[in-house]
Design a protein around this ligand. Structure first.
Ligand code: FAD
Ligand code: DHB
Length: 390
């Protein structure tokens, strides 16, 4: 088979890129190691920046997102027993975020792809990019015991942090930057009404907590936990008790509990690979960078990468210019590093670290106090949270 672009990975970045290209008449194929059901069973992000929302519309997959997503104009920072609202809308000249689960977004993109006749291969084994340093790259994979080869002009590595794309780059050609945080997030999903109409990010001596949602009847909650914590040790009851202890009293009293139907622990990490382009291979989304979830940026960064790469490929197929694809890595990384900084800063400000000195603790408290008394500081948070311009 021959296509213009071979896309490895059917997560949000691969599906979004695939649909934008398909709409522009640029043939592509998507290969994923996992099954469709497995991908749709993953519970991940829930906060969309306006840039991501526009790209979903551009892909022609935005209808359900607009109908069911919840626009949010603010978030709450809870600490020291009080609650401080950050007025995202007011501080950014009218920008807001949309609450819509990654699972739903992925579903919508898969449906759109199916309706437009795009080719996706699921449960593809040993997916491997080849010869991307030269002019004739190709990707091989195995399915049902048969090896297949896809020749292409370009390979988009949209295969997440553990995928084969980044790993196939020769060691000397790539530089990586990493910070691992000494805790994880234990998250649950439950069909109970959210505790607050907006998200609550809580800093508490027992650790961070986040009250989020997927709808007016479905809540998503997270609490900071040690990395060696075992999910089996967390009954629903224990989770609800711990969550309530970390929230200011008025929120704690308003928590509606119920059986959870998803519970998992995610480690926190900052990671960036440079560059994001190697000849005819591009790294996109989590394949090229990871942020801790505190700033709600992982999925949104995948979207901005897709935007820059799509523009570059359009230019290439439109008038033969390589200017856009040549600029991809630098343009994407410039935005990535700002989101890495913001996610790191939010993580440092909101969590309790095992080795925190009294000095560090005082600095954290001063940071939160400053945010609540300075509109300049609150504006800096707000403009990053709603997403920096592409
Ligand atoms: P992915 O969604 O990881 O998609 C990559 C795809 O590549 C997958 O479908 C995978 O099956 C496929 N793949 C992997 N290996 C291979 C292979 N060998 N061959 C073929 N295909 C392969 N972000 C937030 O903003 N908020 C959150 O709360 C949040 N929670 C998260 C929780 C977890 C556990 C994780 C892992 C991430 C979370 N993120 C969160 C980050 C966010 O979900 C990601 O940034 C987003 O999924 C990136 O999309 P992507 O398409 O680049 O990568
Ligand atoms: C969600 C996750 C985040 O990391 C975040 O900062 C906000 C919301 C969520 O899953 O809803």
């Amino acid at each position: 088979m021959r296509v213009k672009v071979a896309i490895i990975g059917s997560g949000p970045s691969g599906l979004l890129l695939g649909q934008l290209l398909a709409n522009a008449g640029i043939e592509n194929v998507i290969l994923d190691r996992a099954s469709k059901d497995h991908i749709l069973g993953r519970v991940r992000a829930g906060v969309l920046e306006e840039g991501m929302v526009h790209l979903m519309d551009e892909a022609g997959a935005g209808a359900r997102m607009h109908a069911e997503g919840l626009p949010h104009d603010g978030i709450s920072l809870a600490f020291d027993g009080r609650d401080h609202r950050i007025d995202l809308y007011g501080l950014t000249g009218g920008k807001r975020v949309l609450i819509y689960g990654q699972t739903e977004l992925t579903h919508d993109l898969m449906n759109r792809r199916e309706a437009s006749g795009g080719i996706s291969v699921y449960e593809a084994e040993n997916v491997t990019p080849h010869h991307f340093a030269g002019k004739s790259p190709y990707v091989t994979y195995e399915k049902d015991g048969i090896t297949h080869r896809i020749d292409c002009d370009f390979i988009a590595g949209c295969d997440g942090f553990h995928g084969p794309s980044r790993k196939s780059v020769p060691e000397g050609a790539i530089r990586t930057f990493e910070k691992v945080y000494p805790f994880g997030w234990l998250g649950v999903l439950a069909d109970v009404p959210p505790v607050n109409h907006e998200l609550v990010y809580a800093n508490h001596p027992r650790g961070f907590a986040l009250c989020s949602m997927r709808s007016n009847t479905r809540s998503r909650y997270y609490i900071q936990c040690p990395l060696d914590e075992k999910i089996e040790d967390w009954s629903d009851e224990r989770f609800w008790d711990e969550l309530r202890r970390r929230l200011p009293e008025h929120h704690a009293e308003a928590v509606t509990t119920g059986p959870s139907f998803e519970k998992s622990i995610a480690p926190l990490r900052s990671f960036v690979a440079e560059p994001l382009r190697f000849g005819r291979l591009f790294l996109v989304g989590d394949a090229g960078h990871i942020v801790p979830p505190t700033g709600a940026k992982g999925l949104n960064l995948a979207a901005s990468d897709v935007h820059y790469l799509f523009e570059g490929l359009m230019e290439y197929y439109g008038d033969g210019s390589t200017a856009g694809i040549d600029a991809y890595s630098a343009r994407a990384l410039s935005r990535v590093w700002k989101a890495v900084r913001f996610s790191w800063w939010m993580t440092m400000m909101m969590h309790r670290f095992p080795e925190t000195s009294d000095f560090d603790q005082k600095i954290q408290e001063a940071e939160l106090d400053y945010l609540t008394h300075s509109s300049a500081a609150a504006t800096a948070l707000a403009e990053n949270y709603v997403g920096l311009a592409y």
